[in-house]
Design a protein around this ligand. Sequence first.
Ligand code: F6P
Length: 498
Amino acid sequence: MADERYAFVVVSNRLPVDRVVADDGSASWTQSPGGLVTALEPVMRQIEGAWVGWIGQPGDDLKPFTHNGLRIVPVALSEGEIESYYEGFSNDTIWPLYHDVIVPATYHRDWWDAYVEVNQRFADNAASVADTGATVWVQDYQLQLVPRMLRLARPDLVIGFFNHIPFPAYGLYSQLPWRTQIIEGLLGADVLGFQRVSDAGNFSRAARRLLGYTTRSPYVDVPATEGLPARRVVARAFPISIDVTAFEELAHSPAVQARAKEIREELGNPKTVMLGVDRLDYTKGIGHRLKAFSELLAEGRLNVVDVTLVQVASPSRERVETYKHLRDEIELTVGRINGDFGTIGHQAVNYLHHGFPREEMAALYLASDVMLVTALRDGMNLVAKEYVAARHDEDGVLVLSEFAGAADELKTSLRINPHDIDGLKDAIMQAVDMQRAERRKRMRSLRKRVRENDVGHWSRSFLRALSDANGGIDRYGFDPDPLGDLEWTVERPPSTSP
Ligand code: F6P
């Protein structure tokens, strides 16, 4: 356990960096995947605090250390815990259940036991580095029991929780054998943040149905229990975002602009470049996108000489069975499409199964005429926001699933239902054929929206709500608006995947 104490602590399953051990036993750190890290890293660079989380592989306790200016407090997980807590309960029970059971959720009692045990370890680590009266901000579905565990151990703390993924409707949520414990775990927080208004509503309904608590949006009234006084918990939407200024700056850099040109040349200068960027996850609707694209090629509405699709699919959760199947399925489909429609010199789909540095991502966004976000269910989808932030030239068309949280804000995108393949095909054609004036009009309005709600706005509003929920008083020496008006001009290490 660490000796240092912090007034601000973030707790997430993943740290911003993963430890990678080479064959010769030497260890190094790489940027870890996912939107959570993308959003939180700039926040942590503005507020001095500690980041408690897992190093991405099995191992013994490491001592707290500083990486790239961030204070890291590692939590150790054994190989068995990675299988049962991370791959099992987090990613084979909660993940599919919270994404509307796109694939069936698996319920195992020993996975649940591991989830409880590992959540307790995260709570203990956070409690050990949190100063008296500190603010602890717990992140995401892997750690839903931590707020209550922390409150019982440390009633002096101010506790926030943000759920980065959807929260399902009660009809689905009620399948979970441990549904009551999870709601009780979450209600240990003072403020619960969700991506969409509907997610917050689903949570409040579950609290009412399962525990009989009184709810009046945005409040859930929790009666006195286990020696803790009665409390009023706030549960509402705080749509997450990206570091817009940093991304714009990146996209403005001459090197990135030159690279964007080069990418188009390398692709054979087609009339239209379409792009998909996703973790290789069944929630992202990559198969639906490929189906629509291949039908358009088969019908001759698109021609492989004119149009190419670049699909970045970064590796994810590769030992979980459903992810293995998905990879096989997607790669088979890509192979078929290329076999059926490719010519020498013109590939229909450029499939890239790896992550890229942020500079390359920005160049890809600039090089692409049409961005396809066809998620079947997605908490937010920060890739959609990155595409918009990168397009300072006010060009490019965003095709966006209405099932991604980003659709609530990005209303001038071409919004689609990815299950409706004909509708998706028509939207793709509309994007390909759209005139410059309309592209500019739509992109301008998208950019305005993304600028208004950047990641600084997200974290400031959440932390302000947390302070307000505690009387709005700076009782812990913690500035309720710790980010002030600081500009987001933070230098960031390259990311390796979306
Ligand atoms: O944002 C959702 C999320 O599951 C994060 O919690 C997570 O860090 C990221 O996606 C990537 O997933 P994983 O950590 O399982 O690789």
